[in-house]
Ligand binder design. Structure first.
Ligand SMILES: [Zn+2]
Length: 176
């Protein structure tokens, strides 16, 4: 599983087009997301008392996606990693390539608090915040990681892409 994707899913538990938009009013919603992302072990470790800290973590992670420059993002990520006492360890992946492991030995919320900011730290070091985006299809404000080669991704999902395209088409028809 990709910890960066777990961070994206946590931030996107707020979805402007859902009713109600904030779906993290109970840990169950994020638990289901974790299961879908192959993190079932983490999902079962979350308890109702993790809800408040998870919501705080969500807003602080959102701040990183909204940072306009690397310099603005750095202190946000640093403080999250520091406060979680996250200590990265070198771990060979399946191909024997060393990767940074941010807390696969930790449990439940504590694991998320270390791993999600850690994944952001690893990513931002390599790619910069220019590759972290916010959906351009208002009112959606979901975040995403831009893994496209040219770095021109604008929408969080296919549905928002289609919605924006339909709105642009209607706009052109009105204009024409
Ligand atoms: Zn969107």
């Amino acid at each position: 599983m990709d910890d960066l994707e777990l961070a994206v899913k946590l931030v996107n538990t707020v979805y402007a087009l859902a009713d109600p938009p904030d779906r993290l009013t109970d840990v169950a919603f994020y638990r289901d997301e974790l299961v879908r992302l192959d993190a079932a072990a983490l999902a079962v470790q979350l308890t109702p008392s993790d809800l408040q800290p998870l919501r705080v973590l969500r807003e602080r992670l959102r701040g990183v996606f909204h940072a306009r420059t690397d310099a603005e993002a750095a202190p946000l990520v640093n403080s999250l990693v520091r406060e979680a006492n996250a200590v990265p360890q070198l771990l060979p992946d399946a191909r024997g390539v060393l990767t940074l492991d941010w807390g696969s030995d930790r449990y439940g919320y504590s694991a998320l608090a270390a791993r999600l900011p850690g994944a952001l730290m690893t990513f931002v070091t390599e790619k910069g915040v220019g590759r972290l985006g916010i959906c351009a299809a208002a009112p959606c404000e979901c975040v995403f990681v831009d893994r496209t080669r040219p770095g021109n991704r604008r929408f969080c999902c296919e549905a928002c892409n289609d919605r924006a395209a339909a709105a642009a088409y209607r706009g052109r028809r009105r204009a024409g």
